[in-house]
Design a protein around this ligand. Structure first.
Ligand code: ZN
Length: 308
């Protein structure tokens, strides 16, 4: 058994707004999850899963009170007027009138999937399919032999979800549990891109022990309305993955880890079914299974958001 983990320390108090504008009432939800791997089972070539990972109570946290601004009473700005916030970019950047891509429909529908969060209307919390999901990679510690694996995993998740990903290149930004979803000084006047990092347990303490990767996203909503993800991060344990890549079949295993973590980033939770890649431990790197693919496909029903 491996410990669960609480990845997000919450956001610092927000500065009071000084403008004359209508205020946004924001609700921020930070979500993250983790995969722990039975590396020993892989080393033996034993595909069996030998222990169950506990469910993830508390993996989703909401802080409905912390982001209420002066002048609001828990409602959206009247008239639908959108004003730029001091910690959010102008709304609707790159948002198209319809989803950018069509996801690949799974050959077989399978109920073995779970969303990290759903909105009141039952739709999953996800990224808007009407705009691209940008990402940057901190590759300073990328191990030899990992070339192309991350891009390939992103392509698989893109095909399954219909989310269009854009690689914005490399970054020197370090992963942090307090990473802000909006960093105009670093990334301009837009939501910060996903941060995909090759890192170590020293920098990313959630990777301690047998945990080999973590992934999650930050969601926004207005006045208790539907939530959507706006940014996120994925941390990969370079020391452990370096060892895995040296083994026969190791690259497939690492790819499975990446797809699992990207599954969290786009909105999937763990399931109790060892056949699925969203099982909390990866026994055999068989790739996305029917339940994973069904869940990823349904994430395409997350709403488009020209208000974010
Ligand atoms: Zn996981």
């Amino acid at each position: 058994m491996y410990p669960d983990f609480e990845p997000d320390g919450g956001r610092p108090p927000r500065r009071p707004s000084t403008g004359m504008h209508l205020f946004r009432n924001l609700l921020l939800v930070a979500i993250a999850a983790v995969v722990a791997l039975l590396v020993s089972g892989f080393l033996r070539g034993d595909p069996r899963i030998t222990s169950l990972f506990p469910a993830l109570p508390g993996a989703t946290r909401e802080s409905p009170a912390t982001n209420t601004r002066p002048g609001t009473a828990g409602t959206a700005a009247p008239g639908g007027t959108k004003e730029q916030d001091d910690d959010a970019p102008p709304p609707g950047l790159e948002e198209a009138g319809q989803p950018l891509l069509t996801p690949v429909k799974p050959a077989e529908e399978n109920s073995s999937y779970k969303f990290l969060a759903t909105n009141a209307d039952g739709t999953p919390v996800g990224y808007s399919p009407c705009r691209p999901v940008h990402y940057v990679v901190n590759a300073e510690l990328a191990p030899a032999g990992s070339e192309g694996l991350l891009e390939d995993a992103v392509a698989k998740i893109s095909a399954a979800t219909g989310l269009k990903f854009i690689n914005d290149g490399t970054t020197k930004e370090k992963p942090s549990e307090k990473r802000e979803a909006y960093q105009p000084a670093l990334y301009g006047d837009r939501w910060a891109p996903l941060l995909l990092s090759w890192t170590t347990p020293e920098t990313s303490p959630a990777l301690a022990g047998k945990v080999i990767g973590t992934g999650g996203s930050t969601a926004y909503s207005f006045g208790g309305g539907p939530r959507s993800y706006v940014s996120g991060r994925l941390d990969l344990d370079t020391p452990q993955i370096t060892e895995l890549l040296a083994l026969p079949g190791g690259a497939d295993y690492v790819s499975a880890v990446m797809q699992h973590e990207l599954g969290h980033v786009v909105g999937l939770d763990h399931v109790d079914d060892p056949v699925q890649l969203m099982y909390p431990e990866i026994g055999a790197p068989d790739g996305l299974a029917a339940g994973d693919l069904t869940g990823l496909y349904k994430l395409h029903s997350a709403p488009c958001r020209d208000d974010l």
